[in-house]
Design a protein around this ligand. Structure first.
Ligand code: SF4
Length: 212
């Protein structure tokens, strides 16, 4: 853990006091489905789709009952809907057969579900179950690299590096803070560095000033 990393988290927490999971959900199952749907799709669109879906079927048993064709129709518009429908259906079957219809609480069991990789498991573990985990999505990956918190080689390495420098009790929230910053100021194409209170400690800004 480093003082600089904590200082960055403090500044982000001040900037984004409401930073939290943007995927609307009422329980771990809904969060799991929403997170699977969020691959290559905005959270806002996922929220529209899950509202429609969960009004029809909001449990693993109900989604199995719905059938894959109807599921595919209901999630249309979130991108990769054929794959996502197949994964959600297979995950629901596994939840029913092996976990009594409930979402498991261990990384190993979560990652065994179809459509669930390390990032999705981290989102569910941290947001639904309050376990310490850092989900590295595209925003977390980019912002961490720009701020010099991680070297940006790959998401797995970034996750390990962030876990070393952030205190464990702040892991889950750090994910939301970095996402909010990536969405609001530190966008991929044109980051709004002029408005960013972190520029004095930002590697990317220092380099761009030097080059510009
Ligand atoms: S100064 Fe620019 S690149 Fe650095 S964190 Fe802020 S917005 Fe991102």
């Amino acid at each position: 853990m480093t003082r600089r990393a904590e200082k960055i988290l403090d500044m982000l927490a001040e900037l984004y006091p409401d930073a939290a999971c943007a995927l609307e959900h009422r329980n771990p199952f809904e969060l799991l489905v929403a997170t699977i749907l969020s691959a290559q799709c905005t959270d806002a669109r996922v929220n529209i789709i899950t509202k429609r879906l969960f009004a029809q079927a909001a449990t693993a048993a109900a989604i199995i009952e719905l059938g894959e064709d109807r599921l595919r129709q209901l999630i249309h518009g979130c991108g990769l809907h054929n794959n996502k429908a197949a994964n959600i259906m297979a995950a629901c079957r596994m939840l029913q057969q092996q976990h009594g219809g409930q979402v498991p609480r261990t990384r190993e069991e979560l990652e065994a579900l179809p459509g669930v990789g390390r990032k999705t498991a981290s989102v569910v573990l941290s947001t639904a179950f309050g376990q310490p985990a850092i989900a590295v999505d595209t925003h977390v990956f980019r912002v961490s690299k720009r701020l010099g918190l991680a070297d940006g080689i790959n998401p797995e390495k970034t996750e390990q590096q962030l876990m070393k420098i952030f205190p464990r009790h702040r892991w889950a929230h750090s994910h939301h803070l970095l996402i909010f910053h990536g969405r609001n100021l530190c966008m991929a194409r044109k980051p709004l560095c002029g408005q960013c209170p972190l520029k004095a400690m930002c590697d990317y800004y220092r380099e761009s000033v030097k080059d510009g």
